[in-house]
Design a protein around this ligand. Sequence first.
Ligand SMILES: Nc1ncnc2c1ncn2[C@@H]1O[C@H](COP(=O)(O)OP(=O)(O)OP(=O)(O)O)[C@@H](O)[C@H]1O
Ligand SMILES: [Mg+2]
Length: 949
Amino acid sequence: MLQQINGHGSGSDAHGGETLREDLQEFLGGEAPLQQLDDLTKVNPVTLETVLRCLQARYTADTFYTNAGCTLVALNPFKPVPQLYSPELMREYHAASQPQTLRPHIFTVGEQTYRNVRSLIEPVNQSIVVSGESGAGKTWTSRCLMKFYAVVAASPTSWESHKVAERIEQRILNSNPIMEAFGNACTLRNNNSSRFGKFIQLQLNGAQQMTGAAVQTYLLEKTRVACQAPSERNFHIFYQIYKGARAEERVQWRLPEGAAFSWLPHPERTLEEDCFEVTREAMLHLGIDAPTQNNIFQALAGLLHLGNTRFADSGNEAQPCPLVNDAQCEGSVRTSALLLGLPEDHLLETLRIRTIRAGRDQQVFRKPCSQAECDTRRDCLAKLVYARLFDWLVSVINSSICATPDSWTTFIGLLDVYGFESFPNNSLEQLCINYANEKLQQHFVAHYLRAQQEEYAVEGLAWSFVSYQDNQPCLDLIEGSPVSICSLLNEECRLNRPSSAAQLQTRIESALTGRPRLGRDRLSPEPSFIVLHYAGPVRYRTAGLVEKNKDPVPPELTRLLQQSQDPLLKVLFPADPEEKSQEEPSGQNRAPVLTVVSKFKASLEQLLQVLHGTTPHYIRCIKPNSQAQAQIFHREEVLSQLEACGLVETIHISAAGFPIRVSHRNFLERYKLLRRLRPATTPGPHGPCLDGGHSEWPPCAEPAMLQGLLQDILHALPAPLHCGRTKVFMTDSTLELLERRRAQVLEQCARHIQRGWRRHRCRTQARQRRAAVLIQAAVRSWLTRKHVQRLHAAATVIKRAWREWRIRMAFLASEELDGVEEKHSSQTSCSPSSSPLPPAQTRLQGAITRLWPLGLALANAAVGMHGFQRKLVVFACLQLPVGSPRSCAVQTAQEQAGVLSIRALPQGSIRFHCRKSPLRYADTCPGPSPDSVTGFNQILLERHRLGHV
Ligand SMILES: Nc1ncnc2c1ncn2[C@@H]1O[C@H](COP(=O)(O)OP(=O)(O)OP(=O)(O)O)[C@@H](O)[C@H]1O
Ligand SMILES: [Mg+2]
């Protein structure tokens, strides 16, 4: 859980009593203490007073962020609160399953936008509009959000992409000190007031990693270079070089310590922004090397010296104005020319003499300028150089941080524009700044307050209209058509007619009479008009408005700068003959002039177009007091800011409304899978259609059918959804619920797929195993068959040999047994048998025929047995008498099959006869030996006899 960042931990004794009191109050009042209300929609009743009390209670408790429906209210602490912006806290918000349940913070908004990009819900691109008056904390907030994205949008896995994000993050963050040094200044309302508008586009790739950024700036208040209001300062960078330059640089830039510059008011005041080293470091990181930096600072020093150039009245129109007669002034021109790389006399001449082209043949006339004109030309030169330098820096920053178009797909835009301003003297700058704020407020009103409520009505939702302050009339007054303040100012520029401030006031009043937002200060000694802005009335002086709107740049000045020898100025003012410098309009030249107001209006339109294409998020910065003091909450000041931004109306609409609106089709496409949550027994009436992909949608699906499908989902998931005619309306919590369930279903589906895949894999493996077994069996059977065939062939050979042997043996035996027979027959002459062979011989032959092939085959097969074992086998196979070992002897080969020899004692003989086995004998001794009549056949007879005894 989130740490107690305000130090009001529940465990401390000091706060024990307070907690008890709060609990008691909650119990008695039935309501949570005000400072615990994270969302202003929970304040009861929602009024300015209760909202103010809640904010005050939270501010006192050091809780600076509060939700207000669709917006986040950010109170400026005006003191460092480091633990509120630590990287650990950023990660905590990023890792939270529901950041909305954590304490309100700008990181919640940051995380929400980041998740929106990831969810790819249209519009995917996001924008965060940070608004509030000057000094409310917009720039601070944008900076913190940039840091947040740099932390969370970095890839944690890939070192390489992390490195890129680091680099990009570092570069993007480094762009801040540079832009603030050159574009911020100390004003009456803010020590670090942005004098330009800024839209930062943080570019993300498909994996939502930050790959780059692009900065778009709006209307720098360049007048400040040459003219600072009392108690205000010039841009920070001038003070930085003035105070931070090293000794040798001071010499080089002609900035001796203690030197006075009229364009450098209040140099004695030191702000925390006067940090030259930080700016240098940042420039170095963004690729601006030391010599270029040196060049830039030298040119800025040149401008400071230019500011010390003062002209006296010549008293004669035909004579150019002389310089004020003092050494410092003369030295300033020389130094300025030197530092800017310009010829001194050429600079002086350009400042003092104006060239006019007149007549048909555009004859050139040289006319000395008046003292005021000289001053204007000097200021114009400084503004021109500074504005070009600022634009150049922005382009350098962009080229350093911008990603290639194909490396990013989505973006999160951060808008930090100058806050609403009202000074004692307001001019065109304030008009533009306040106009921009009106436009942004209108974007909010149009997007949220008006459009949302109108949509409820159109969609047929039961809705009681909440009235709100629409600033459209004020915008009509400033920029409307056909007549508005802008159009009148442009008209004055276009006609180029001499008009005094009073005349302009009269023209504005008469042309815009009856406009509700136009006022007049009758007590004001100066010609002016009042615009009743949404944030309060502002009085604008008409003096100098037209001139500022024209922003004329005498072509001689541009030509002069193009001739500069300074390398930087050569880049800023390329000597391009094609370059169009704004020619001084002559009397007959009535072509439309590109005025400051028209350019600003165009850039604002462009910005709003970008914003309209994104999902906007709003952060309202509130300034608790105008003294920039911590712990001070001025109720009146805060009240006026709350009123101005229409916070109460916002809360009302947010509390009762549905900030999320999704078209039926998009809703179904995204959440149709939630129908899987419906029990299987109750299929929806439109089930089959939903199971198909996007392509299966009928192009002109009946709304009723869509409704039916929608009802199916709603039945499956009872959530507080409101179904309009074309859209589904819901609250953030409902969206969260839907998203959660969707994630569950997707997870389920993933599990199904995994299960199916595993089953498939098991089945495949089992099949493969079976197939392998089958193959093995087939191979084995084939091998066995082969083996058996070989055995068979061997047996055939044996059989053949055996038959031959048998015949031979039969022949031998018959020969040998002839004598036996005779002997036998002589001994048994009375035998009744009349057969040619006696019965014993017949049986012997039969035995030989029946037993020996088998016995020999078996004896032959006893391979692997050796020695006595083998002999035993042979004995067993041939059924030799084992009991009388001396009657016969068997010899076997050790490693071969078969029997080498069988030897046996001849019957009735005391002599020992050794005879080869019949096989060996058959193989090796084709002819009968003298002893061959005994031996083996003897064995057979012996065995046979034994068998029959
Ligand atoms: N969250 C914060 N924590 C601490 N200090 C803050 C915070 N927000 C703002 N501040 C302080 O308030 C000052 C003014 O804030 P910031 O410059 O952001 O105002 P801004 O709204 O941008 O004003 P402007 O419109 O003039 O540019 C900062 O310089 C800083 O000192
Ligand atoms: Mg700012």
